[in-house]
Ligand binder design. Structure first.
Ligand SMILES: *Cc1c(COP(=O)(O)O)cnc(C)c1O
Length: 371
């Protein structure tokens, strides 16, 4: 069983830096007490700096979807109207989560592969004066399209609605300023641009969102209720500032990756990601497998690629794994699965050499590779 270690080039989970992985191997600590509470507070403070918020940040054990679930379920009550402009798989997931809470969900369908325009949101907001919230994905990872969160934020804020954003694949990879952009609630995940193993979801709440959360009258469980998380953060602040056992090693790993992000500097990190993305895009054009999105729509952390004419994209994905031990991702949804594959490059551990290795492997692709 001497299989080569698989190189992850998918849009999460990502390869993590050595120091981050080492934190996973530390002896297990108790999840309470003075020492742990200090490490925890530190981690929350680091997250606030990355989210660029002075509001509350909670760190839940769970995947990014759990965090989104907590945001929507905590802030909105059964029957309330929520507008969900969506241009991909994860936008649709936000709509499903909202439906799960019995909300009156108005989907605003935008073509997959196109960004959500401010005009579309403006129209929807005008036509639905009774709506309480707008929910939108920042980086729609399924199609590698970034949506204009800052601009939409100002529309939503002017309308006096809540703005819930899925920042699962954008935090640490795209510019994001929670307070400045007027984001009421958002959630991310440890295993994408933050460069830690899967298992944790950071959730951020703007101070102005609490009134709405506190007035929610429909019961929605306990674990994902943000009121519970705030209560423990306050009442057990000095020894156990969260409601349940936490994944201590995952927290230590995330803390390490956040420290490394802030040491490098957020702007520098984002510029490094952009440089790698550009290197990938120009290399892809050279080998005749051009990016599926235009340079204008480039996102720095995931690139959709057109499979060679007449070759199902899945063939390229299989070839990369079986011949080169590089895991890339298939296309997702709406007729794209056969035409495109996706290369994830959201890991802080990634280097130019990794990009070149992917390009060399792709350049060697031959339809007869199965022999
Ligand atoms: C990966 C991803 C999710 C799902 O995250 P999980 O951690 O798997 O729950 C949601 N939204 C976006 C934009 C993603 O990229």
């Amino acid at each position: 069983m001497s299989k080569r270690r698989l190189k992850l080039m998918i849009p999460g989970p990502v390869e993590v830096e050595e120091q981050v992985l080492a934190a996973m191997g530390e002896p297990v600590m108790p999840h309470y007490g003075a020492k742990w509470t200090e490490l925890w507070r530190d981690t929350i403070d680091l997250l606030k700096r990355v989210f660029k918020t002075e509001g509350d940040v909670f760190l839940m054990v769970g995947s990014g979807s759990a965090g989104i679930d907590a945001c929507i379920g905590s802030a909105l009550q059964r029957g309330e109207k929520i507008l969900v402009p969506s241009n991909g798989f994860f936008g649709e997931r936000m709509a499903r989560i909202a439906e799960g809470y019995g909300l009156d969900v108005r989907r605003i369908e935008v073509e997959w592969g196109e960004p959500i325009s401010t005009a579309v949101v403006e129209k929807a907001v005008d036509e639905n004066p009774g709506a309480s919230a707008v929910a939108m994905v920042h980086l729609e990872t399924s199609t590698a399209i970034a949506n204009p969160v800052e601009e939409v934020g100002s529309i939503v804020r002017s309308a006096g609605m809540l703005f819930v954003v899925d920042t699962v694949s954008s935090l640490g990879g795209l510019p994001l300023e929670l307070d400045k952009w007027g984001i009421s609630l958002c959630a991310s995940a440890s295993q994408k641009c933050l460069g830690a193993p899967p298992g944790l979801t950071p959730v951020a709440v703007h101070p102005e969102a609490w009134e709405k959360i506190e007035s929610n009258e429909t019961p929605h469980g306990w674990y994902l209720d943000l009121r519970v998380w705030r209560r423990y953060a306050r009442e057990w602040a000095d020894w156990h500032p969260f409601p349940t056992t936490t994944a201590t090693n995952n927290v230590l790993a995330l803390r390490t990756s956040l420290e490394r992000l802030l040491e490098e500097g957020i702007d520098k990190r984002l510029a490094r990601f952009r440089g790698l993305a550009q290197r990938l895009r120009s290399g892809l054009r050279e080998i005749g497998m051009p990016p599926f999105t235009s340079d204008e729509d480039m996102v720095p952390v995931v690139t959709p690629v057109c499979a060679p004419e007449g070759v199902p994209a899945g063939e390229v994905v299989d070839y990369m794994e079986q011949v080169h031990a590089i895991k890339i991702a298939p296309g997702l949804g709406q007729g794209l699965a056969d035409k495109i594959f996706r290369i994830g490059h959201m890991s802080p551990a990634l280097t130019e050499a990794d990009i070149d290795r992917v390009l060399e492997a792709l350049a060697d692709f031959d339809v007869g590779w199965r022999g």
